[in-house]
Design a protein around this ligand. Structure first.
Ligand SMILES: NC(=O)C1=CN([C@@H]2O[C@H](COP(=O)(O)OP(=O)(O)OC[C@H]3O[C@@H](n4cnc5c(N)ncnc54)[C@H](OP(=O)(O)O)[C@@H]3O)[C@@H](O)[C@H]2O)C=CC1
Ligand SMILES: O=C(O)[C@@H]1CCC=N1
Length: 273
């Protein structure tokens, strides 16, 4: 089995490792570098993976190295990893928002690199990941990256790297948009007098049901929306209110802000490295 190293053992690493283990990866094939002793102990206890306090030891011998640290931490780990990466030339997979392939090449060397953007539903195998490869990635390595991220859910290859910030704005940050909408729906129902626990249960199940119809039914969002909307009924009243308040514009602005932030994160790293 492929030896995989994760640099950074936080939320996303945990989600991705969980997916790999569920799909048959052996815990002994996964090494994780994590600076916090308590986090290392928790990862070993919960997932059975081997944890290390230093990045170099974790990455040594790995065929796939997943960079799962915050974008701002990325330049700081280059010194730890450069030599060990050069020696073995593994497939490097970055999940950091914003960070571009040319920056990764500058920090870590001319390696096969896949920049990808997963999301937190990876934790339950319902993730969505966009992936983008540099020219050094072979077909076999592409398949390997697909295997690693595919255990977390749906994957799509993106040819134009410039669109990865849009992927981040769509599916990377997207779970938070749905959580915010559910929060707002719950709050409105409670304001109308519904008990909190009933509001929470009905809102969450509505989100799940709508999501399953979108992913399992083969019909697009517009068709499904129309089917809920009886002429001159309650849904029409709500959707007209959304339109009057500019929902599509609000969403387009929010996704524009997320995309812009991804580019800013990368540009700020250019200034400091
Ligand atoms: N959260 C999300 O929804 C998504 C996040 N991402 C991307 O995933 C990456 C990780 O995010 P997330 O898991 O949420 O963040 P976390 O903060 O949970 O994880 C990052 C981990 O890296 C560790 N770390 C810090 N410094 C170093 C270092 N020098 N060497 C090794 N490890 C280090 C941190 O340890 P400590 O806590 O001790 O500092 C932490 O455990 C980010 O780049 C983010 O852009 C991508 C898609 C979705
Ligand atoms: O908010 C962030 O920057 C990260 C990237 C996508 C989701 N979370």
């Amino acid at each position: 089995m492929t030896q995989i190293a994760f640099i950074g053992g936080g939320n996303m690493a945990r989600s991705l490792i969980g997916g790999l283990l569920k799909h048959g990866a052996a815990p002994g094939d996964i090494n994780v570098a994590e600076p916090m002793a308590a986090a290392r102990e928790a990862l070993t206890r919960d997932l059975g993976v081997t944890c290390h306090g230093d990045n170099k030891t974790a990455a040594a011998g790995a065929e796939v190295v997943v960079l799962a640290v915050k974008p701002q931490v990325m330049p700081a780990i280059q010194g730890d990893l450069r030599d060990v990466l050069r020696a073995k030339s593994p497939l490097l997979i970055s999940i950091a928002a914003g960070v571009r392939i040319d920056q990764l090449e500058r920090w870590f060397g001319a390696l096969p690199i896949v920049r990808c953007m997963p999301n937190t539903p990876a934790l339950i195998g319902a993730g969505a990941t966009g992936l983008c490869a540099n020219a050094a990635v072979s077909a076999a390595q592409k398949a390997k990256a697909q295997d690693v991220l595919g255990t977390a859910g749906v994957t799509r290859w993106i040819d134009d790297e410039a669109l990865m910030d849009t992927v981040t704005a769509l599916s990377g940050s997207g779970p938070a948009y749905f959580f915010a909408l559910v929060e707002a729906m719950e709050a409105a129902a409670v304001a109308q007098g519904l008990p909190r626990d009933a509001a929470r249960a009905l809102a969450a199940q509505t989100c799940l049901g709508a999501g399953r119809m979108l992913t399992e039914g083969g019909e697009d969002a517009a068709t499904l929306r129309q089917r809920v909307t009886s002429p001159n009924g309650t849904t029409q009243a709500a959707l007209e209110s959304f339109a009057a308040d500019g929902l599509p514009v609000i969403v387009a602005h929010a996704m524009g802000a997320a995309r812009k932030r991804g580019a800013e994160l990368a540009a700020s790293l250019d200034e400091t490295t």
